[in-house]
Design a protein around this ligand. Sequence first.
Ligand SMILES: [Zn+2]
Length: 302
Amino acid sequence: MKYRLDWQRNMLQQFKMVRDNPNPTAVFVTCVDSRMLPSRFTQTNVGDMFIIRNAGNMVPHSSLVSVNSVATEPAVFELACVLNNIKHIVICGHSDCKAVNMLYDIHTDPTDLPPAQFSPLRAWVTAHGNRSIGEFFRLEAAQFRKPLLLNKLNKTAKFPAYVDVDEKFSVTDKLSMINTLLQMENVTSYQFMRSHKGGRIHIHAFWFDIYTGDIHIFSRKENTFVVVNEETLPTLEEELHEIIAQTQISDDRKQGRLDLMDENTTTYQSLIQEARRNFSTSSCAQGLCDHPEHQQLRNKVI
Ligand SMILES: [Zn+2]
């Protein structure tokens, strides 16, 4: 009732505004933890972003996904990035993540033995956190002075990522940061994301500190997480604008060449338009849609 009294009318206005022209900016991948309120700490609204939530904000690597073993995360990337042309993916981890703590305990606590009964959570964390714990041990052995080396999305080059070099966070929080960064690389494991014809997709990593409420953003210039505040914002914004401007130029060039050379592009674009029509429900209420089930209903009424 509180929603009905305080929010519903306001939200109806927002639904109306985005109904015919939704323009979401990002796919936000985060943990299911009840302390994480992504719409609140990103200050986003109706129509702003797609949200994927799971235990430990993990993105299954493409080698673990097949027709017989499909996962929701890449399905959402296809829906958002291929069909809706969203250009930004944000992976957001957090402090005191219970899924990450479990991953740490499985590999470090000799008394932590697999339960007699199947544990879906344990199986999920083990399967998709395997590389995170491996890289954690490698960095821990080097007192976190060595970086992770992560794949870029559209290039073979790698970029270094240092984790908590100032030793401010606990071991499990360090593992959580490593896990967050590696999920960016897992996004790049999908061929349809690497060769996206709508232009370059940008992948970002956020890390939310639930004790302070601070948001840390991974800076490719600083090669580490940087807390977002009044002081760091201008540099972080500048970095973001630079990356987007650079890739916009190469995308435009690529797109121009593709339009001339690839006759399949037109078919591809019309497929996207067709899919958009099928996903759009804005004209349904007005009786103007092409959906066969609605047309049947209309015919019956007539
Ligand atoms: Zn969590």
